[in-house]
Design a protein around this ligand. Structure first.
Ligand code: PBG
Length: 343
């Protein structure tokens, strides 16, 4: 597992004095067992979080075209899939709601009988030990598909906070262990912490999507969740991919407001941000290997252009190596199985 203090170390004098042919780095790569002994970073199933999409009904499974292997699931089937993942060693799921009942204010986001709320209950009945993380956002619930409430055609920060806090409380009411706000409104971590504490949920954890970039790699997710914005884009609230310092500022602000863990999203194109965030804080850091990152490996593998297992494990290990304690990935179930076989 990651020993991240090593990122500040450089080669010592004695390392650099001797040279070839005395020094031969290949000696330590000779056999699989030797390589296993000197491996610096190890991806563990304990780090994995599996995202799942909840829909209404019973016994309903709707495959997501752009994400082979993933479906939208009604609460009963979703809980069964979560239970299988838990049995495979995956400690947590991250839930998204997909609803047909959208409105201007995204009121389904805090409906006690909403898709996510039902799914939380079903998981908690079947596998109470499993950690349930919920995505807190409005884009899946608003008719316009933006992550907050509109005012004069723009996403209004402060009035969105109240709805987001209501959604987070409704997830806690349903039994969520961790709420993960992904909307990128300013002040939402504080608003959610205050609302949770007022209801006696001081032990509900906040995992903040602190550094969430306006990324093209969310494409398949928006098909899965039906959450593409009906006009404009998300660049007025999600971060500019060109910025790294700003990520550290977002992280510091969210921790100041009470975030227990912070997330960088996406992962692969932002390994430098993960590393910088890891160095800037002591709280656990999560990285989200997002839908597009999953689908591009899938698509290349389907064409025979990449070996899926090696490519996926390489990427997930790199994300952990960069400094992520938790890795949220659609590959969680495959990775859990692969890691069991790999010595
Ligand atoms: C909701 C949200 C999105 C993702 C997670 N939460 C979509 C978006 O911001 O457009 C993307 C996840 C993925 O691509 O796997 N705001």
């Amino acid at each position: 597992m990651g020993l991240h203090s090593d990122m500040t170390m450089s080669a010592t004098v004695s390392d650099t004095q001797a040279g070839f042919p005395v020094v031969r780095p290949r000696r330590l790569r000779h056999t699989a067992t030797l390589r296993r002994m000197v491996r610096e970073h190890r991806l563990s199933v304990d780090q994995l979080v599996l995202p799942l999409f909840a829909i209404a009904g019973r016994g309903v499974e709707v495959p997501i075209r752009a994400m082979p292997g993933h479906s939208r699931l009604s609460a009963d089937l979703l809980a069964e899939r979560a239970a299988r993942a838990y049995a495979a060693g995956i400690p947590a799921v991250l839930l998204f709601g997909v609803t047909e009942h959208k409105d201007e204010l995204g009121t389904m986001s805090f409906d006690p009988n909403g898709e996510v709320q039902e799914a939380i209950g079903a998981i908690k009945r079947l596998v109470p030990e499993m950690i349930v993380v919920t995505d807190v956002c409005l884009c899946e619930y608003t008719s316009h598909g933006h992550c907050g409430i509109l005012r004069d055609g723009e996403v209004d920060n402060d009035s969105s906070l109240e709805v987001l806090a209501r959604a987070a409380v409704s997830h806690a009411d349903a039994g969520a262990d961790i709420v993960a706000p992904s909307d990128m409104m300013d002040g939402r971590v504080g608003a959610i912490r205050t609302a949770l504490d007022a209801r006696g949920y001081q032990d509900v954890v906040i995992l903040s999507y602190a550094a969430k970039y306006a990324s093209a790699f969310y494409g398949p997710f928006r098909e899965a969740a039906g959450s593409a914005p009906s006009f404009g884009d998300r660049r007025g609230y999600q971060m500019d991919p060109a910025n790294r310092r700003e990520a550290l500022r977002e992280v510091a602000l969210d921790i100041g407001e009470g975030a227990d863990m912070v997330m960088v999203k996406p992962a692969l194109a932002y390994l430098d941000v993960i590393a910088a965030v890891r160095q800037s804080t002591t709280v656990p850091v999560a990285a989200y290997h997002v839908s597009g990152e999953y689908s591009m490996i899938k698509a290349a593998a389907e064409r025979g252009w990449l070996d899926e297992r090696t490519a996926a494990l390489e990427v997930l290990t790199a994300i952990a190596r960069a400094g992520a304690d938790l890795v949220i990935t659609y590959y969680a179930e495959d990775a859990a199985a692969w890691l069991k076989e790999t010595l």
